[in-house]
Structure formats: C-alpha cells, structure tokens
Design a binder for this molecule. Structure first.
Ligand code: UDP
Ligand code: MG
Length: 319
C-alpha cells in the first residue's frame, strides 16, 4: 500500500557547489534505501532548487539530472530570492508530483537519517512532521543564544512556532496545498506552517556542522529574518505603543496634580506648572493616538495578508 506514495525532498541551494556532490550522494543512498524497503515509490525524487547562484550550483544540478533523471530534479530560479522563497518555489513545484515533501538544507546540517522517521510518521497519518534539534552542541554560543532567545521572544509575542525547529520538515500534499493558500509576500515559513493545522508531530535529530562552504545567513540576514518573523506574525509591538500611551497619560494626570499643588503652595517659578502640564499631557495623548492609529494599521496589515480564514480537514455529510 505504501509503495505508491511518492516522496520529494526539496533542497534550496545558494552557492552550494562545495556541498552538492556529497549531499546528492547521501540523499541518493537514503532514497534508494527507502525505495527498497517499499516506503516510497520509485517516482520519488530529490529536487534541488537553485536560488540564483552564480557558481557551479546549477551546472552540477543539471548534470545530476542528466545522469540520473529518475533520482534528481532541478528548479532554477531567475535570480536570488532568498532561502524562504526558494523553498516555497520548490514545495509548490514538487506538490504537483508528490504525496509527501520533505524540505532540507543543502549543507547536511539536517541529519539525513531523520527522513526515515518522518516518512514513518507520514504513513501513520501525520500530515506535518517537524524536525526538531535535540542538541545545539555544534552551534557557537552566540548562534545558540540568539536563536533560542528568538524562539522565546516569538512565543512571548503569541506567535505559534515549534521550538528549535528550522525548515527541516515533512508536509503531506494536502498540507502544502494549504500552504499555497497563504499568499503573503513576507514569507516566514516556520510561522505559517503551524497555521495550516492538521495532525502533526515532531522528530528530533542532532544538528550537524555545515559539511562544507560557509553559512549563507550572515548576522545581517539573520537579524532581518528574525525581524521579519516577528513583524509578519504579531501586532503585539503595536499594542505595546498603545500600552505605553496609557501609562504616560496616567502619569501625566499625576504630574498635573503635582504641578498644580506645587503652584498652590507657592514653590514654583512662573511658567513651570503650565510647562510641566503640557509636556506630559501632550506626550501621553500623542502616544495614545499613535497606538490607536497603530491598531488600525494592524487591522490593515492582517487584511492585506489575505490569509485563508480556514482550511477544512474533513466534512461529514449524508445527502
Ligand atoms: N539558501 C538559499 N538562498 C539564500 C540563502 C540560503 O537558498 O539566499 C539556502 C542554502 O543554500 C541552504 C539553506 O538555505 O541550503 C540554509 O542556509 P545556510 O545553511 O547557509 O544557513 P545556516 O544553517 O547557516 O543558518
Ligand atoms: Mg546551514
């Protein structure tokens, strides 16, 4: 029964000429083993997405496909669009051919052996299987600290994400079709995928070191990515402005009272009371107004995303 289920492994690649030979070798072994055990069909493929690399990445992918068209596929983006977009391009291409799709980094940091557990979970009926890092020994202290801090901030802001999960995951065709309904342009897949719903589980794996080449996520990109994650999913920062407005406004009332009492008791120089009063009052009113305007912007922001309002898992109906 499992034999007709087709797996696609989607691998976004940006300047990955140094790792592709090894990555393709390990993925080929893994795919062959899975096919031999009957867990996936022989229509299954490894799909490399070239994210506009100018190095040998695409020529390598072309050669792999030429030599083994029944193992390797390729998608070539017109230019560099960033990891998340490249991944989405791969998922939405693969969904035309696959029953389940696993996304994985090209640098072998995601342990290839976790694929078995993901495929097993799929056969048990899970539609989304998140790869979760069990250890971060191989990360630098800085990377670990910033990454884990980021997950905590996201949680605190009420964003539903899976702790220590990057973009190593399996999705069923149905789940990817759900993902396709999210038309937002600021892609933060880790935040969107939990919004799809369906039955999900996690598989833990040990994060390895990058096999070769260097990280394509320098600090600058990392910060932009984190900021994108927060601002694409939470209107809480806007609410904070509003809360600050309320606090300042209340303080201004106290200050007003204090200034008036000081004046009545005659401890003040001329003009101080009105100055104090206006500074606090105007500050408070401005912040409050900003918060109110922000609330509306928050609404506009949610509307413009045009996210699906629901995804139906099943319907029971007798006609
Ligand atoms: N990547 C991509 N486009 C980019 C940057 C990165 O497709 O603009 C790919 C990259 O080839 C790799 C994955 O995204 O397969 C993760 O990148 P990397 O390993 O450099 O990130 P890190 O693990 O250092 O966070
Ligand atoms: Mg990496």
């Amino acid at each position: 029964m499992n034999e007709n289920k087709t797996l696609y492994i989607v691998v976004p690649c940006y300047k990955e000429e140094a790792v592709l030979p090894e990555t393709s070798k390990r993925l080929r072994e893994k795919m062959r083993a899975l096919m031999a055990s009957g867990k996936i069909s022989d229509k299954s493929r490894v799909m490399f997405v070239n994210d506009g690399s100018k190095d040998q990445t695409w020529p390598i992918i072309e050669r792999l496909h030429e030599q083994e068209p029944e193992m390797f596929s390729g998608v070539n983006l017109s230019r560099n669009r960033g990891h998340q977009n490249a991944l989405l391009a791969g998922l939405l291409t693969a969904v035309n051919y696959a029953d389940m799709i696993i996304s994985m980094d090209a640098d072998l940091q995601d342990d290839v052996n976790a694929v078995d557990a993901m495929v097993d979970a799929y056969h048990e009926g899970y539609e989304i299987v998140y790869g979760v890092r069990s250890k971060r020994d191989t990360d630098t202290f800085f990377k670990r600290f910033t990454a884990e801090g980021f997950y905590k901030i996201m949680k605190a802001l009420g964003v539903d994400i899976v702790f220590n999960h990057a973009d190593y995951r399996l999705m069923s065709r149905r789940a990817v079709e759900g993902l396709a309904q999210f038309t937002e342009v600021n892609l933060f897949l880790r935040g969107i995928v939990p919004q799809i719903g369906y039955k999900w589980t996690t598989v833990s794996y040990e994060r390895a070191e990058r096999f070769a080449g260097e990280s394509k996520y320098p600090l600058k990109k990392m910060i932009a990515f984190a900021a994108d994650g927060i601002t694409s999913f939470s209107v809480k920062p806007i609410r904070l402005v509003f809360a600050a407005g309320v606090v300042v406004f209340l303080v201004s009332l106290v200050m007003l009272l204090y200034a008036l009492i000081s004046k009545l008791m005659g401890h003040t120089s001329a003009g101080w009371t009105s100055l104090m009063g206006s500074i606090w009052l105007i500050g408070g009113i401005q912040l409050l107004s900003l918060g109110i305007v922000g609330e509306y912007i928050g609404k506009i922001y949610n509307e413009t995303k045009r996210r699906p309002r629901f995804i139906i898992e099943s319907v029971l109906n007798k006609e």
